[in-house]
Design a protein around this ligand. Structure first.
Ligand code: ADP
Ligand code: MG
Ligand code: MG
Length: 251
């Protein structure tokens, strides 16, 4: 699904190397987690994959189902099936959530060469998905994220993900101070959307999130590289011993 090889990334504005050769291979239908100390480059990896400005790729490659992600515009990446959940969801006053979702879904269908959904068709799909995710229909009528609680924003993010039906979902939940309830929401959302053809990359600072998600593979990132990969036990090891022991072991 996603194959990253030797990815090196600098900041565009100043000469600073952030990613120093990241290798990562994610098979279809699997959930991978990346953990790591603050400042190790986890968010940068997700930004670069989604096409955010401000970074310069100086080496390596990133393929989504064999297609060169790094050559695509951000909207092309989305159309190709990449989804990045924002750590800090934007509020859009004056734009109803339903309108926003329908616009996003239809823009993506158009980019994929599919017919747009009519208002009626869209309504049916969004109601079904909202119900499956236990999202109150009321939330669909309100302006996007305006006045939403932390938990509601998380639910909304998961609903966006469900509506766009991505193949490769990247969730960067780092440092955002998710409380336990919000963490559970994210985990339930991910678990509800897990499927054979869909993969997840969950970036987190905390092992707790992984109690609820059960990743197939856990990677530890430090100083711009993945320094160790393993099964779910690796997350527990970090929880028990901290990053220090791992870093020393690798050094
Ligand atoms: P993580 O998500 O693992 O905490 P980040 O990817 O946010 O790490 O950051 C990695 C490093 O890159 C940090 O040292 C951070 O300060 C630096 N960095 C990332 N983006 C910028 C930026 N736009 N300007 C300056 N420094 C940045
Ligand atoms: Mg950070
Ligand atoms: Mg981060």
């Amino acid at each position: 699904m996603l194959e990253i090889k030797g990815l090196k990334v600098d900041l565009e504005e100043e000469e600073k190397s952030i990613l120093k050769g990241v290798d990562l291979r994610i098979e279809p239908g699997t959930v991978h987690a990346i953990m790591g100390p603050n400042g190790s480059g986890k968010s940068t990896l997700s930004y670069v994959l989604s096409g955010k400005d401000g970074y310069k790729v100086t080496g390596g490659s990133a393929l989504l189902e064999g297609a060169d992600l790094l050559e695509m515009e951000p909207e092309e990446r989305a159309a190709a099936g990449l989804f990045l959940a924002f750590q800090y969801p934007v509020e859009i006053p004056g734009v109803g959530n339903m309108t926003f979702l329908r616009t996003a879904v239809n823009a993506q269908r158009k980019a994929r060469g599919e017919d747009e959904l009519s208002a009626g068709e869209f309504l049916k799909v969004v109601r079904e998905k909202a119900k499956a995710l236990k999202i109150d229909a009321d939330m669909l009528k309100r302006p996007v994220n305006v006045g939403f609680s932390g938990g509601e924003k998380k639910r909304n993010e998961i609903l966006q993900m469900a509506m766009l039906e991505p193949k490769m979902c990247i969730l960067d939940e780092t440092d955002s101070g998710l409380d336990v309830d919000a963490m559970k929401l994210v985990a339930e959302g991910v678990n509800a959307l897990r499927s054979e053809g869909r993969s997840f990359l969950v970036i987190t600072h905390y092992q707790r999130l992984l109690d609820h998600i059960q990743p197939d593979v856990v990677h530890i990132m430090a100083d711009g590289k993945i320094i160790k990969s393993g099964g779910p036990d690796l997350a527990l090891e970090v929880e028990n011993n901290g990053y220090g022991a791992l870093l020393a072991e690798v050094a």
